[in-house]
Each structure stands twice: as C-alpha cells, then as structure tokens.
Design a protein around this ligand. Structure first.
Ligand SMILES: NC(=O)c1ccc[n+]([C@@H]2O[C@H](COP(=O)([O-])OP(=O)(O)OC[C@H]3O[C@@H](n4cnc5c(N)ncnc54)[C@H](O)[C@@H]3O)[C@@H](O)[C@H]2O)c1
Ligand SMILES: O=C(O)C1=N[C@H](C(=O)O)CCC1
Length: 256
C-alpha cells in the first residue's frame, strides 16, 4: 500500500486527487494538509483514518508520498519540509524559482530521496513540450501563448516557462522582430528572446499554443486540458514510480 499525504486538499486539484487516490487500488490517502483546515476528516468527507493537519510543524505521518497542489507562495517551504522528513515529494504546484529548484534538487541528492516536480501532469502538455523542442531545431522563430482559468495565481504558467526552457536548449539565438512597444507589455514576457503571452479567462482550464513561423509557412502546436481529470493519469504514474528515483527530477517525461 502506498500512503499519500496530500497538501492543498481543499483546492481544485486537491479534490480531483482525492477521488483518484480513493479509486486506485494500492493507494491510500493517509493525511491531508492545508493551513486553512479547521475541521475533522469526517467534516471534509474523508475517512476517519485520514489525519488532518493545518501546520507544517505538527505533521507527524507515516506517508510515503507528499503530493503537493498548493500555492506558488508555499511550494518551496512545503517541498523542503517533505524532503527533510523523508516523504517522496511529487510537486504539481508551479512557481518555484530556478534557484529554489536547484536547492531542492541538491537537498534530495544529499538525502538520496526520489521525487518529481511536474509543471504539467497532462500527457497532451508533455507531448506538446517534446514536439515544440523538436520543431524549434528547424523553426527558431517562436512564441508561446498560454491560456488559463481566471483564478490562476501565477503567470506565466509553469508549463509555458518549461516549454520556453526546453525550446531554449536547442534554438539558435537570433533577433526575432524589433517592434517598438507603444503599449507596455504588449509583446508579452521575454525568456531569452522567446515571447510568452498569458491569457486569463473564465471558462478556460489549461491550454497552450506554440507558434512557429518560417519563410512562407507556419506551424502551430496546441494542447487543451478541458477538465482537471486530464492531470490524474500522470499523477498516478508519478506515485507508482517516484520511489525508484534517487533525486528530485523535473518533468513527468522522466517517468514515462
Ligand atoms: N502540474 C500540473 O499538472 C498542475 C495542474 C493543475 C494545477 N497545477 C498547479 O497546482 C497548484 C494548485 O492549483 P489549484 O487549481 O488546485 O489551486 P487552488 O487555489 O484551487 O488550491 C490551492 C490549495 O492550497 C491550499 N493552500 C493555500 N496556502 C497553502 C499553504 N501555505 N500550504 C498548503 N496549502 C495551502 C488552499 O487552501 C487550497 O486548498 C497551482 O500552482 C497550479 O498551477 C498544476
Ligand atoms: O490550473 C493551473 O493553475 C495549472 N497550472 C499548471 C501550469 O502553471 O502550467 C498546469 C496546468 C494547470
């Protein structure tokens, strides 16, 4: 039995994760954490055996896995706590800085503890990033548009940033248009010359387009998560395989 502690259990992703865990043979939800939790397990519709925590310092759990869908503000502290206390971290929360990520990876190596940071657990998004990296070798002129629900706290999305980083690994640096902005920010964010545009609208869940332009032709790669259930197959794969790793890795593709 794989025991799971779920951080951010009352949120949109937390609620989907609870359903997935309860429906998966061999998985057990053994603890939940949110600083806002102030009720008993039964009040949240959880089994009495589930421990409810609202302070990191109080967490005393025999869970194997720390599954995190919280907030960009809390993800660093949570992940550090998880590694220091021997939980295999599976981090879906976005917003870690490069420095924070490097520090956490080093900590996991010191402890020889496997874990995963996945900016996107959806297969369509993982494939989009892979295909975009492939295409960027041939089409260095590229822009990324990400579209998310209006409650999303961070911009750009973790997926868009990851896409830009992967493209940057292979793209030949060059000038790409030199429009003067007559309205600040109108050309979007800039990751090493790769423009990222973030759209926030009700009705949307999580979507991304990568647009490549060439001489007389264009290529658009697009993925859509229409429902948060799209992320759960990836979370399942991560829970089943993370124990085989000996350090924190970034990207679900490392476990597929
Ligand atoms: N990797 C992926 O595939 C994927 C998919 C969807 C969302 N996300 C990311 O997951 C995160 C959560 O998304 P959501 O839509 O569920 O958000 P949400 O706002 O619905 O839920 C956030 C949860 O975190 C809790 N929380 C707040 N502060 C906390 C803290 N200090 N410690 C622990 N918990 C805290 C809240 O009470 C809430 O339960 C976001 O960063 C989002 O970008 C990732
Ligand atoms: O709903 C969100 O928030 C999502 N965040 C991730 C990101 O920032 O890339 C993945 C998709 C959903």
């Amino acid at each position: 039995m794989t025991k799971i502690l779920l951080a951010g259990f009352t949120g949109s992703m937390g609620q989907k994760a609870i359903t997935m865990i309860n429906e998966t043979e061999g998985f057990e939800l053994s603890a939940v954490y949110s600083p806002r939790a102030n009720q008993s397990a039964a009040d949240y519709g959880l089994a009495d055996s589930v421990s409810v925590y609202n302070q990191l310092a109080d967490i005393d759990s025999d869970a194997d896995i720390w599954l995190d869908f919280t907030t960009p503000d809390s993800v660093y502290e949570n992940t550090k706590f998880a590694i220091e206390h021997g939980f295999h971290p599976i981090i879906g929360t976005t917003g870690l800085t490069d420095d924070q990520e490097s520090e956490l990876i080093q900590l996991s190596k010191d402890k020889q503890l496997g874990g995963l940071i996945a900016p996107n657990f959806g297969l369509s998004a993982v494939l989009l990033m892979k295909f975009a990296k492939q295409a960027a070798e041939y089409f260095p002129d590229v822009e990324v548009i990400e579209m998310h629900h209006e409650d999303k706290k961070d911009a750009p999305s973790g997926t868009a940033l990851s896409t830009a980083k992967m493209i940057n690994e292979v793209r030949k640096p060059h000038e790409q248009g030199d429009s003067k902005e007559t309205m600040p920010g109108v050309r979007g964010g800039d990751y090493n010359g790769i423009r990222i545009h973030a759209v926030r609208l009700p009705g949307y869940i999580a979507h991304e387009q990568v647009l490549f332009g060439g001489s007389g032709e264009a290529l658009t790669i697009r993925q859509d998560s229409f429902d948060r259930s799209s992320f759960m197959q990836g979370v399942k794969v991560a829970i089943k395989n993370v124990k085989n790793l000996r350090e924190l890795v970034v990207g679900l593709e490392n476990l597929l």
